[in-house]
Design a protein. Structure first.
Lengths: 439, 306
């Protein structure tokens, strides 16, 4: 009796798995109005998670045949997960990428044909804004979530308390370091908060671009096939400054930096620092948080190498939504992306949290009811946009940059503890970066 | 029903009625799991360690021979991570075992509450590997965490635990020691096995507590100590969560555990082949150390036969 039961059980199990295969096949062959599920993921702050979930629910209501399964992560965890999905050929239908997309090129479905066929609506998006998410061959990698640039958010009152003049649009790294030291001395707080993942691009690599004439140098060359500068010692003063600030307690050390997990618990936001790095799309959120606690934040440009030298910063795409090659419903995914960028209702919820919208109608609608923090952001982006920029820019990151960034941060720590000099650190950083091209 | 179908039925019934059948069925999930999720990945990783495989690139990886293994020794961080891991193992394992034995010894006395205490002390081992507890630990030792608040209240200077490359490892060691529960349970079971008559004899001969512990408890417990030593050493080599979440390997790679570095190369830096080579090298180190423990054990482990 027992054995019979077992045999019945086993065969039932087999039938069930066969049935499961059946439904899998059936799904692909049936018609348009059939129920489909899109998988989507992004990284970001809690504000972004809340707003994105809200618009996903809006979309599902408008399109009853589409169900969207979403996942969200912090920046690092997002890419960990994405890399495992790339390896298993199972990338989300709709996924978010930034300037590091070249590494994932194999998995990106170009949107050109969807734009041509009208599935992706670009009537209100200028060609220039379409271009910011194209590669050099004109392949449309994704649709940009918005424009963005780096800046320094600072606490106005802390500057006042320390007797530091507020930053001008062409303040220098020396001014920056002085401000950080004075804030530390006057308030006991960090002058400048942790330089986490964006510091390498916004600080170290911008520092290279600020030297020489506009567009003369870049950290990597435009083709991302090698370095964009020859003398490693160009990095030395910057590394020295970073290390000095850490040593003097005007900037968090490695341990304190680990306490910052995203922009919402950055030391500037918790009131323990006078300045921090931001990608400006993050600014309105932290502005609001601090305003609730009675503190006022403002945006300053990235300090310069020389007051009359190049700014080194450029306007770029913050992130974009891409359709994956693994997707079974590429058209539906493209439709969603189009809606995400073009729907005024959707963007009224998103509030430009991913960057300044590229759709002119959407932007106009948002600017009408802009909050104080958003106004500062819009003005700031206009300001940076007015700086002279090189004719050709490449804001992308070559594959392997993650390792360079980790090594670089480690070298800075070693300089701060005195185990190597800034000169050695500059040379080592240069060598580490060059090594990714000789693999 | 024709003849062949009938014989098939008979055959399958014969098979079903054989005594081993149920055993095979019950073992099947494990065998399946072991082959698919352990054996095949292990062998695959050996192959990958000889290639430049990256999860990012599609298609066949290039076979590059033992280049990955040669590169290991030119990698400063790799060499450092071995040092850090060995330091972690050599400090945390003895401390953990000593503490486990101490608590187990305390809990051998006959009291109703012993079971309760044992359960309480076991809890850290149940939850210890979890991310949540690791985050709590991170908070405890943070710049303005509980420990520093206590220090300041006692009039001492706050200690920057995770900012100092020489100190950062110790909170992680402490966290490992705190998870002494599973060794403690095994020690407690071992202590119960020691015949009461040995102790009586010793007491009659006038032995004091320390003498009894050193001359009777420790030798009788030595096989258990050996077991715990090996298990804990192996698991300490694989420590990952604490370093990944609390310190991220920093400062200045002062807490760059071996497993963390393997992870970074495999996932973050896209050098799966290199990471596989590291894992295999790790296997060699662990085997050597385990072998040394086994070989030396003949000198200090007593069995009933001795």
């Amino acid at each position: 009796m027992k054995k019979k039961l077992l045999a019945v059980g086993l065969s039932a199990l087999m039938m069930m798995s066969m049935a499961a295969c059946d439904t899998g096949n059936g799904k692909q062959s049936s018609g348009d109005e059939e129920q489909i599920t899109l998988r989507m993921a992004w990284w970001g702050s809690q504000t972004r998670h809340d707003r994105t979930v809200q618009v996903i629910e809006m979309y599902e209501k408008e399109h009853p045949n589409v169900k969207i399964e979403y996942e969200f992560f912090s920046f690092d965890d997002y890419f960990t997960k994405l890399k495992t999905l790339v390896a298993s050929d199972n990338v989300w239908d709709v996924f978010q990428l930034g300037g590091n997309f070249p590494e994932y090129m194999d998995k990106i479905e170009f949107l050109n044909s969807y734009i041509d066929s009208g599935i992706v609506d670009h009537s209100k998006i200028s060609d220039a804004y379409l271009k910011i998410t194209q590669d050099t061959e004109g392949n449309q990698i994704g649709l940009s979530n918005g424009l963005n640039t780096y800046g320094i958010a600072y606490d106005v009152d802390m500057f006042k308390a320390a007797g530091v003049p507020t930053p001008t649009e062409n303040w220098t790294w020396d001014d920056f370091a002085n401000a950080a030291r004075k804030i530390k001395a006057a308030t006991g707080h960090y002058g400048s908060s942790g330089f986490t993942s964006s510091e390498f691009i916004a600080g170290c690599s911008t520092y290279v671009a600020q030297q020489g004439a506009v567009g003369e140098y870049g950290f990597f060359n435009l083709e991302l096939t090698g370095m964009g500068f020859k003398d490693p010692q160009m990095l030395t003063p910057y590394i020295q400054m970073r290390a000095d600030l850490i040593k003097e307690g005007a900037s968090p050390d490695a341990g304190a930096e680990m306490e910052i997990t995203n922009i919402e618990n950055d030391f500037l936001v918790t009131g323990e620092a006078g300045m921090t790095w931001v990608a400006v799309n993050q600014f309105p959120t932290i502005y609001d948080v601090c305003a609730q606690e009675g503190r006022t934040l403002a945006l300053a440009t990235v300090p310069r190498y020389k007051a009359d030298g190049p700014a080194g910063t450029v306007i770029m795409s913050s992130q974009m939504l891409c359709v994956s090659k693994d997707s079974k419903h590429k058209e539906e995914a493209a439709k969603f992306i189009s809606w995400f960028q073009n729907s005024v209702d959707c963007n009224n919820v998103l509030q430009g949290e991913r960057g300044i919208p590229i759709n002119s109608d959407v932007l106009a609608a948002l600017q009408q009811n802009a909050t104080e923090g958003q106004k500062l952001m819009y003005n700031y982006v206009d300001l940076v946009g007015s700086f002279p920029t090189p004719e050709k820019i490449n804001v992308l990151s070559p594959a392997g940059q993650d390792q360079v960034v980790d090594q670089y941060r480690n070298f800075v720590q070693q300089v701060a503890t005195g185990s190597i000099t800034a000169k050695e650190a500059a040379q080592k950083t240069y060598d580490a970066a060059q090594a990714i091209f000789s693999k | 029903m024709d003849k062949s179908a009938l014989s098939l039925k008979v055959d399958s019934q014969k098979f079903l009625h054989r005594n081993e059948f149920v055993g095979h069925v019950f073992a099947a999930p494990f065998v399946f799991g072991f082959i698919c999720f352990s054996l095949i990945p292990i062998l695959t990783s050996l192959y990958y360690s000889l290639t430049n495989y990256s999860m990012m690139t599609k298609g066949q990886p290039d076979f590059i021979g033992i280049k990955n293994y040669l590169n290991l020794f030119q990698d400063e961080i790799f060499v450092k991570s071995i040092g850090v891991t060995l330091k972690y193992v050599f400090i945390s394992v003895p401390l953990k075992l000593a503490f486990a034995l101490f608590v187990a010894y305390l809990l051998t006395r006959k009291s109703r509450l012993v079971t309760l205490y044992r359960s309480l002390y076991y809890i850290p081992s149940l939850v210890g590997g979890s991310v949540a507890v690791t985050l709590v630990w991170k908070q405890l030792f943070a710049r303005k965490g509980l420990f520093n608040a206590l220090m300041v209240n006692l009039g001492l200077d706050a200690i920057n635990w995770f900012g100092d490359k020489n100190l950062a490892l110790y909170p992680l060691v402490l966290m490992s020691v705190w998870q002494f529960g599973s060794s403690m349970i095994i020690f407690a079971a071992g202590l119960k096995e020691i015949p009461e008559s040995y102790y009586e004899a010793a007491r009659i001969d006038g032995g004091n507590g320390l003498q009894i512990f050193l001359r009777i408890t420790l030798p009788c417990l030595s096989p258990i100590i050996l077991y715990n030593l090996i298990m804990q050493t192996i698991s300490a080599f694989m420590a990952f969560t604490q370093a990944y979440i609390i310190t991220g390997g920093g400062p200045d790679n002062g807490t760059m555990m071996y497993a963390l570095y393997v992870y970074l190369h495999a996932i973050k830096y896209g050098n799966m082949g290199y990471a596989c080579a590291m894992s295999w090298f790790m296997l060699v180190i662990m085997s050597i150390i385990t072998l040394i423990i086994f070989k030396t054990s003949k000198a200090w482990v007593f069995t009933e036969a001795d």
